[in-house]
Design a protein around this ligand. Structure first.
Ligand code: XMP
Length: 516
């Protein structure tokens, strides 16, 4: 196993992720763990993360005795600077902060870079595109070390003491911008440190289960199940760990997809045998939404009601000491980032599951260090059906923001059925997995149509399908006409009350993915 010492970088988790991708087990611990802890941990190698401080003026100092354990060490950014300083080199403030892409020349035949390159220059040296983000730099190399990469602005971009297997890089191999980053981390972990690539998701479950058991002991835990991927996987994992000590509260606001509530109950209460309290609060929500047509207002009401219902239900479980949440790593980074930068609110993303701390419960967040794709992989390994785990994202306020204007139960029924047809046909045509998100939107306007011999005067449904990697920008999906035609025919024939179907061909920006 690999020990990652965290000096406070925003991307330390990415190092862990890269090591997991190499199928090696790793743990992240704070930089100031004791040398006894490190010895007991018995790491195959140690990776020192980046961090926001300056080594020569900060108390972010690990115990340099770790260099005497005979274990390979890889220092990244601050980790490199701390390594250099601790072993007798010198670190100074650079005149300018370097931030962004850089090209470095890999020198000599270091085990870390051998045969790893993006291109070669005229002299046959390997060139690497890397991601830099630093103010300080190493200006004198410790004894026993050689410079193994450099460029003009950073003459000491990587160093190595090949005998002791100490390596350090000023750039960030853990971020995807460093194209060969994965190759370098694989090289260090698998070849230089000789760790066995034997760690799989099954092992992750065992570790996570043990950790949850240790954390909660014999306490009871409650979890707000929404039907979404994250809360579902969290529920399955925690249930695996503590069985009936877990109670899930499924607040059904009546704005879910077609038959989704039934599916959630069947899956969790039925197949997995999880204790689930199904709160059918549809009427309540509908009552509070009456007469409200402003999107932000609707979001606020749905969010507030959700919390209220959840609190009422959890008050009925006074012995619960823990609140479990399906927080995943991107949520952690986002909320850390939002403290420093204020983004303009386009939509107040209420996420069902975001609960206030008035519940006086301790937080249990077993997915906190995983990325979405890892959460999905974990879900499948826990026995959740792939079609559920690989489902498109669904907003917390659900159909509440897909029925434009005032939400009425009549509209909910129409939209659910139209949406189900769209999704079913997307799957039939093999397009579901080619789109990132697809759904139907209900437009509360009536248009004239003709059906058989009669005139109709009914509502319109818009289809929306987008392709995106980050949901910040998106392209509308170029769905085949045949598919669109089939969906339109089916909706108009099968959903009485809809007589017109349109396809949304707007990108984001300037449009957003949802219509509200
Ligand atoms: P927009 O419409 O802002 O959507 O382009 C980007 C992504 O966010 C989802 N979304 C929400 N998710 N609560 C959520 O949990 C919300 O209020 C909300 N509004 C939009 C949307 O489905 C898309 O995936």
């Amino acid at each position: 196993k690999i020990l990652i010492l965290d000096f406070g970088s925003q991307v330390t988790q990415l190092i862990a992720r890269r090591v997991r991708e190499a199928h090696v087990y790793s743990e992240i611990h704070p930089f100031d763990v004791t040398i006894d802890f490190i010895r007991d941990f018995a790491p195959k190698a140690i990776i020192l993360s980046g961090g926001p401080n300056s080594v020569y003026e900060s108390d972010y100092q690990a115990d340099p005795a770790l260099f005497e354990l005979g274990v390979p060490v890889l220092g990244i950014c601050y980790g490199m600077q701390w390594m250099a300083q601790s072993l007798g080199g010198k670190v100074e403030s650079g005149n300018v902060r370097e931030f962004g892409y850089a090209e470095i020349r890999a020198r000599g035949h270091s085990a870390l870079f051998r045969d790893i390159q993006d291109k070669t220059n005229d002299q046959g040296h390997g060139l690497l595109d890397v991601w830099m983000s630093h103010g300080d730099k190493v200006t004198a190399v410790p004894e026993g070390f050689k410079v193994i990469a450099s460029n003009d602005s950073c003459p000491i971009a990587a160093i190595a003491d090949e005998d002791r297997k100490f390596y350090a890089v000023q750039f960030h191999p853990e971020v995807t911008h460093t194209k060969q980053g994965t190759a370098m981390i694989n090289r260090f972990v698998l070849e230089i440190a000789g760790a066995a690539p034997s760690w799989v998701m099954k092992d992750y479950i065992e570790t996570a289960v043990a950790r949850i058991r240790e954390q909660v002991g014999s306490d009871e835990v409650i979890l707000g199940l929404s039907g979404g991927v994250d809360s579902s996987v969290a529920a399955a994992l925690i249930h695996r760990a503590i069985g009936d000590q877990l109670t899930c509260v499924f607040v059904d606001h009546g704005l879910l997809r077609y038959k989704e509530a039934e599916q959630v109950m069947e899956m969790f209460a039925g197949n997995l045998g999880v204790k689930v309290i199904h709160v059918n609060a549809a009427e309540d929500f509908m009552k509070h939404l009456e007469g409200v047509s402003d999107p932000e207002q609707k979001r606020k009401i749905i969010g507030r009601e959700f919390v209220e219902v959840f609190q009422q239900e959890s008050a009925k479980l006074p012995s619960a000491k823990w609140l479990a949440q399906g927080t995943i790593y991107p949520d952690v980074i986002e909320s850390a980032g939002s403290k420093t930068k204020k983004a303009h609110t386009i939509k107040s993303h209420h996420n069902v599951g975001g609960l206030p701390d008035t519940l006086k419960l301790q937080l249990l967040e077993p997915l906190r260090e995983l990325f979405k794709d890892e959460v999905r992989e974990l879900g499948v390994a826990l026995g959740l059906p792939p079609h559920m785990v690989y489902r498109h994202p669904f907003p917390g306020p659900g159909l509440g923001v897909r029925i434009l204007g005032e939400v009425k139960s009549e509209f909910v029924g129409l939209l659910q059925r139209a949406d189900a047809i769209f999704i079913e046909e997307l799957r039939n045509f093999g397009w579901y997995d080619k789109t990132s998100q697809a759904f139907a939107v209900f437009l509360p306007v009536k248009s004239v149509g003709v059906m058989g011999d009669g005139r109709t005067y009914d509502y319109v449904v818009a289809l929306r399908a987008v392709v995106t990697s980050d949901f910040m920008t998106a392209h509308w999906a170029e769905l085949p006409y045949e598919l669109l035609g089939r969906v339109s025919n089916r909706i108009i024939n099968e959903v009485r009350g809809i007589n017109r179907v349109v396809y949304d061909v707007s990108g984001k920006p300037p449009a957003t993915i949802e219509w509200e």
